[in-house]
Design a protein around this ligand. Sequence first.
Ligand SMILES: Nc1ncnc2c1ncn2[C@@H]1O[C@H](COP(=O)(O)OP(=O)(O)OP(=O)(O)O)[C@@H](O)[C@H]1O
Ligand SMILES: [Mg+2]
Length: 251
Amino acid sequence: MRELPILAEAGQGASHAGIEAKGLRIGHNGGALLDVAHLALTGPGPTMILGPNGAGKSLLLRCLHGLIAPDAGTVRQDGQKLGAAQRARQAMVFQKPVLLRRSVAANLDYVLRRRPLGRAARKARIAELLAEGGLAGKARQGARSLSGGEAQRLAILRALAAEPRILFLDEPTSALDPAATQAIEMMILRAARRGTRIVMVTHDIGQARRLGHDVAILHRGRVVEHGLAHDLFAAPQTDTTRRFLAGALVI
Ligand SMILES: Nc1ncnc2c1ncn2[C@@H]1O[C@H](COP(=O)(O)OP(=O)(O)OP(=O)(O)O)[C@@H](O)[C@H]1O
Ligand SMILES: [Mg+2]
């Protein structure tokens, strides 16, 4: 595996929480669904995770977010083992948005109620979030009646409402058209600029080029390569990455 170079770029990324996995392993039938010796996300990000179906990308995100306890290994956020306090500073958006059977605004309010905010402050924050996601006219609509792209934007807004230091996104635009994809990419970039670490799975290599600061390639549960996006796309170091980027079938 290629080690990530030090990503200190004139103070950039200083505010992004680091996340580091060591010796992560999820075994299955004598083999391993996930076997990540070391993955350190310490640069400014966004980090793009690429790899074929079944490579372990979703499993890796779930482990990094503490939704699955691995059979072995540790995940640390800013040097601290992942515990309740660390997890509270992280959020995850799933490929299929999970929304409450309530209005768009009520979905956001649900998250904001867990924070020490008064009614007026919550209302103002909801308006801000709706504007951020281009959903200002949809506050009262039932969340379940949103289009796919709108629902995904609301799911991202819900994650952002918690003001996470780290945001995991699992294929957030896989079923969306170019306009909806662009709207979500802009939201992701704005969150990254505000200091949220973005760790995102995508099958869209163009998107990884557009958004990625660094890229990790997963294959059969292993990180076969992790490097700066520019370097990795220009000069992939492993045969698996070369074949994957060339659009060859990597099984
Ligand atoms: N609970 C489970 N029990 C057994 N196998 C599992 C479990 N969860 C995931 N797997 C297997 O682990 C492997 C990795 O799954 P994962 O969902 O992480 O893949 P992925 O890289 O996200 O793929 P995709 O691109 O299709 O989303 C797959 O072979 C999957 O079938
Ligand atoms: Mg997946």
